[in-house]
Write a protein that binds this ligand. Structure first.
Ligand SMILES: Cc1ncc(COP(=O)(O)O)c(C=O)c1O
Length: 369
């Protein structure tokens, strides 16, 4: 995690000045920063992207039996928020090149019960938003962006998160810019802005009260304590301030990995992200091996040389809960990708020299120089 000398100063400030805490000093500074990118939206800093997704499930009024279309190759939070309110997740296969939801499967998956499509931008690489939005508009269903991994990434000049009726970005410690734990809910559909305020404030009309449009505040809706802890906001603010520098570093490391690994891609030993994502890749750097055995062997080879590499996800339609509670439409790409993907180290401290060492190991593994 990026370390700033200002974290301690900010936290000290908060702990010694209750008024700053109460007035959400750092949350407001974060919002000011984020508003520059999402000026048309209502923004809510949350304790997690998971919390933001739960707010969305409340706002679109999920009822028992409603269906939500989403990729199978995603994190459980994408599904949980909706399933908790009785929705059935309709898992679609992914496109094997982008690893995002296969938009060609969406239209055939829509039924009278479909309430929303979730465009999850895998690794922060944009889904085919234009196509998904056109389908959602045609069937009058909501488009939700799960941009948990996508801070800093854009589509057609606008940040990811700008297109859905609702979107979330994660500021978890595993993400490129983080609050240790946190997220932001972006409400682009203005029809929901007032209600979102109430849901966010434990189901009370606290904001109307603050704005003096009501005499006292009371319980008006269901809600919860979705707000980001101010101590987390104090960390997030420092990272947002440094975000250009932090993202640039990750992009440069991505470019370096990509250039150095190209010979292995060309000789068919591995696959990598499409070249046009490289300039906008901030969250993770993955390669795809040709077989699960090769993935396991390379991972242990790297581990033996003290290099940690990771993989995810068990496709949700194959997980024990997902199998019982969801539907699946599509082929086998989610499963194949899940078995062959390997995520190489990408963090703010890694240098090109470290990457050269890792690449050297990978070439040795394949007996190539
Ligand atoms: C695709 C996706 N959605 C949602 C989440 C949940 O984010 P958070 O940890 O901020 O709740 C994650 C977290 O990794 C994620 O990868």
């Amino acid at each position: 995690m990026y370390n700033s000398a200002n974290y301690a100063k900010n936290i000290e400030l908060l702990l010694t000045d209750y008024e700053l805490f109460r007035s959400k000093y750092f949350s407001n500074k974060c919002l000011e920063f984020l508003n520059k990118s999402f000026s048309e939206a209502s923004l809510f800093l949350t304790h997690s992207a998971t919390g933001g997704l739960e707010m969305i499930a409340t706002l679109i009024d999920i009822q028992q039996g409603d269906e939500i279309i989403m990729p199978s190759f995603t994190f459980v939070s994408t599904a949980n928020a909706f399933v908790a309110k009785g929705a059935i997740p309709v898992f679609l296969d992914i496109d094997p090149i982008t690893l995002n939801i296969d938009e060609k499967l969406i239209e055939q998956s829509i039924t009278k019960k479909t309430k929303a499509v979730i465009a999850m931008h895998y690794a922060g690489h944009p889904c085919n938003i234009d196509t998904i939005k056109t389908i959602c508009d045609r069937y009058k269903i909501y488009m939700i962006e799960d941009a948990a991994m996508a801070f800093g990434a854009t589509y057609k000049g606008l940040p990811l998160g700008s297109y859905g009726d609702f979107s979330v970005i994660s500021f978890d410690i595993t993400k490129q810019i983080n609050a240790v734990q946190g997220g932001v809910l972006i409400v682009n559909n203005n029809r929901f802005a007032d209600r979102a305020n109430n849901v966010y404030h434990l189901g009370t009309n606290r904001i109307a009260f603050n704005q003096k449009s009501v005499q006292y505040y009371e319980w008006v809706d269901v809600g919860s304590k979705y707000q980001m802890n101010e101590l987390n906001a104090a960390v997030l603010f420092e990272q947002l301030r440094e975000s250009d520098k932090l993202l640039k570093h990750r992009q440069q490391i991505t470019q370096h990995y990509y250039n150095r690994l190209l010979p292995l891609k060309k000789s068919g030993k591995i696959s990598m992200m499409h070249e046009h994502y490289v300039a906008h890749n901030f969250h993770e750097f993955y390669i795809l091996l040709n077989t699960p055995n090769e993935r396991t062997s390379l991972q242990s080879y790297l581990r033996n040389h003290k290099v940690e590499s990771m993989f995810h996800y068990i496709p949700l339609h194959l997980s024990s809960f997902g199998m019982k509670n969801g539907k699946y439409i599509g082929g086998e790409y989610s499963e194949i990708i899940a078995k062959n993907i390997l995520r190489l180290p990408l963090h703010h401290e890694i240098t090109e020299v470290d990457v050269n060492f890792i690449i050297g190991l990978i070439f040795k593994f394949f007996n190539e120089n």
